[in-house]
Structures are given as C-alpha cells and as structure tokens.
Design a protein around this ligand. Structure first.
Ligand SMILES: C[S@@+](CC[C@H](N)C(=O)[O-])C[C@H]1O[C@@H](n2cnc3c(N)ncnc32)[C@H](O)[C@@H]1O
Length: 208
C-alpha cells in the first residue's frame, strides 16, 4: 500500500488502543466460519483467506485444526502484528497481507474466502464493485465465499464508521455476477458488553 489512508489510521489506532476481548466484534470461537469450513469437506491444504481478519482468533482455530494454507488480510498492520505476536512461531505458517480491500489485487487463487464485518465498511459503489470482481476472480471456480455484514436490523455504524447494511437479498444481488447463493441467514452477535448486533451471513459458490 502507498500513503497511509485515513481508514488505515483509524484502524491502527483502534488496534493500538483496544484489547481484543473488549472489541465489539470479539468472538472467542468463530463458530459460524468454523462450522462451515469443517462441513464443506475442505482439504487441510485448501487455500483459505480471512479478509479484514484483523486479530480475530479464526486463524488460531484453523491452525489448531491442521489447516496449512492460510492467509489473513487487513488494512491495519497493527492488527496483524497483534495476531502474529499472539501466535508466536505459528505465525510463520500464515501469509499476512496488509492491504485495503477497496483496491486489493491478487494473482492467488483461494478455495474459501471469509469476511466477517469488513466488506460492510465499503460504502461507495466503485469500491464494492472492485471487491466483488476481485473475489470473483481470486476464488477458484466452485470455491466458497462466506460473508457477514450488519443486517438491516443491525447497527448503522461499526467502530464509529459508517457501514452498509445488507439483507439476504441485497447481499446476494451484489455478488450475483460471479456467485451462486448456497444459503443466507441472520445471526445475533453479542458484544462483550452484551449489546446485540444482527448480522446477515451468506455463503456463495463461485460460478464456473
Ligand atoms: C469489525 S472488525 C472485524 C474483524 C474480524 N473480521 C472479526 O470478525 O473478528 C473489521 C476489520 O476490518 C478491517 N478493515 C476495515 N476496512 C478495511 C478495508 N477497506 N480493507 C481491509 N480491511 C479492512 C479492520 O481493520 C478490522 O480488522
């Protein structure tokens, strides 16, 4: 990435000032993603990316389960440093990418792309289109995309920033050019202060 953007500064500051367990998005065990990955029958060397993964514990759980081809991308270098520090030597087995999802480009191919509460920060149409096209080419044909955003019943802001809310229908429409819907559902997330955040989750398969 070139110059540090305002968004990157925001997130670096968040990760400098907050401990993981006090963040509204904290999950000791990201069961939604883990359940799907385990039931999808992905091989242990399947290429898995956590977009906007921050210092989420998803990567720790996947390493513990024996997955070997893992990537975590985030706009905040601070977030990834925290995750790396926590994992110690295990961090060397993960590919860490500091990038803005709004302009991220890659030649890598992924079997499974996970995004919980990062895509919803993209609020302008050009950034959203870029994200959809990148996922639509970087995920292998037949590969999976699992995406979670605040629902239309959820909060309008996340970490003090505007977000875009999605219903199952609007999320499916945004990704329809490259992806076929497998399933969508809503889910209440309880923050560490017991506030309820309603999410829309969709799982898609990349079209051939
Ligand atoms: C609400 S947190 C969720 C973190 C993690 N996905 C989880 O579920 O625990 C949002 C994350 O998205 C990252 N993020 C926000 N905007 C981004 C962007 N444009 N590109 C990449 N990452 C972004 C933030 O740095 C932060 O780590």
């Amino acid at each position: 990435m070139e110059a540090i953007s305002t968004v990157q500064k925001h997130w670096d500051q968040v990760y400098t000032n907050k401990v993981l367990e006090e963040s509204s998005w904290y999950q000791p065990k990201p069961d939604t993603a883990l359940d799907f990955i385990l039931n999808a029958g992905l091989s242990k060397d399947a290429a898995i990316i956590d977009m906007g993964g921050g210092d989420s514990l998803l990567v720790d759980h996947l390493l513990d389960l024996g997955y070997t081809n893992l990537c975590v991308l985030d706009i905040s270098a601070k977030a990834l440093e925290k995750a790396q520090k926590r994992l110690g030597a295990q961090a060397n087995a993960v590919n860490w990418i500091v990038a803005d999802a709004a302009n991220f480009k890659t030649t890598q191919q992924y079997d499974f792309w996970h995004d919980r509460a990062a895509f919803h920060f993209l609020t302008n149409d050009a950034d959203i289109l870029h994200y959809v096209q990148t996922a639509g080419t970087a995920i292998k044909p037949g590969g999976h995309l699992m995406i979670g955003t605040f629902s239309e019943q959820g909060p309008q802001k996340c970490s003090g920033l505007e977000i875009r809310q999605y219903s199952a229908q609007s999320l499916s429409e945004v990704f329809a050019s490259h992806f076929q819907k497998i399933k969508c559902f809503t889910l209440d997330h309880y923050t560490p202060t017991q506030a309820v955040q309603n999410f829309t989750f969709c799982v898609f398969r990349r079209k051939d």
